[in-house]
Design a protein around this ligand. Structure first.
Ligand SMILES: [Mg+2]
Length: 331
């Protein structure tokens, strides 16, 4: 059941993952160790900033607020949904946050030049960058009460509606179907988390729901399962080794599978989860952003370390944004 604690947990979790990863996003693990010591970066720095991941998540949230509650999503026409997302993405482009992805800025640049009605052409590319899944958590909040885990994952009205809205939010910027699959998985993981499904029990329902969309996503989920097995029998000696086997996370399918790995290994410990999620060769802030959103949604705000929140340069801005979301849901 969606409540204030879970909304706050989800948002602070994703923001903290994003902010912890920001200073090391483009560094190899060797370079990270050189800068921060053998264990890598361990906590956000003073006045930590978040990146495009959080800014885009906020843009998606604003679009969903404009659309209304999920009952309205069933009635909304694809064109209306696409245009509402497109308008928020165009606004986002004025303040995109740190290091926005090139695919997303390119696609939103097209929207800005040609207008939000052109959302069907802006994402016509072959990119499966992780931009679609790093911003996917809010859809999970919106659909959490309508999608009980015991409902069939394919035929239900709201499962179909989530897939519809998620596909539009993804394909506005990214044309590759693996990115579409990853975005849907990212939103659905938050639905499951809010409804009390622990991260280790998410793999099967997510595969049932998302695997048919593209084999690359399916393959990343299979690597996740292999990584978990090999880590538990010590074939892989470290979480870093297990994550590296899955990929680097620049693309959506890998970023999601890596994030879920971190959430599964540390289901009740956000700091440990995020430290693993950022200290590797790949896309540190996005993997941690996805993992943090899932863990925060599962555990609620009690899992959020206050000493890390206090490090955020724009803590107040996020607090007032959360106030707006909680006001919308009236929870
Ligand atoms: Mg980023």
């Amino acid at each position: 059941m969606l409540n204030t604690e879970k909304i706050k947990g989800c948002f602070w979790g994703l923001v903290l993952g994003d902010a912890l990863g920001q200073p090391v996003e483009f560094f190899s693990i060797e370079k990270i160790r050189e800068m921060y010591g053998e264990n890598g970066i361990q906590a956000p720095k003073e006045n930590a900033i978040w990146t495009d991941d959080t800014e885009m998540t906020m843009a998606v949230t604003k679009a969903l607020i404009t659309m209304g509650g999920v009952e309205r999503f069933v009635e909304l026409d694809d064109n209306d949904i696409g245009e509402i997302f497109a308008k928020e993405f165009i606004t986002w482009l004025d303040n995109p946050g740190y290091a926005p992805g090139i695919t997303t800025t390119g696609a939103v640049g097209i929207l800005k030049a040609q207008g939000p009605k052109e959302w069907r052409i802006s994402g016509k590319n072959d990119s499966k960058g992780c931009g679609t899944v790093m911003r996917a958590a809010p859809l999970g909040l919106w659909f959490s009460n309508a999608l009980k885990p015991e409902l069939p994952a394919v035929d239900g009205l709201y499962h179909k509606t989530l897939a519809k809205v998620s596909t539009i939010q993804s394909e506005i910027t990214h044309g590759h179907k693996a990115a579409t699959a990853a975005a849907l998985a990212g939103s659905y993981a938050v639905v499951l988390a809010i409804n009390g499904t622990s991260p280790d029990k998410m793999i099967q329902p997510i595969q049932t729901y998302c695997n048919h969309i593209h084999p690359d996503f399916n393959n990343a989920m299979e690597r996740l399962k292999t990584s978990l097995l090999n880590r538990s029998d010590e074939t892989f000696k470290t979480d870093l080794e297990a994550l590296t086997y899955i990929g680097q996370g620049w693309v959506g399918d890998e970023a999601f599978a890596m994030a879920l790995y971190c959430a599964i290994q540390y289901p009740n410990d956000l700091k440990s989860c995020l430290r693993v999620a950022v200290n590797h060769d790949g896309d540190s802030d996005s993997v941690a952003c996805i993992a943090g959103g899932i863990l925060g949604a599962f555990n609620g705000v009690s899992i959020i370390p206050k000493d890390w929140v206090d490090k955020l340069a724009e803590k107040e801005r996020m607090m007032s944004f959360l106030h707006q979301i909680i006001g919308f849901f009236k929870v």
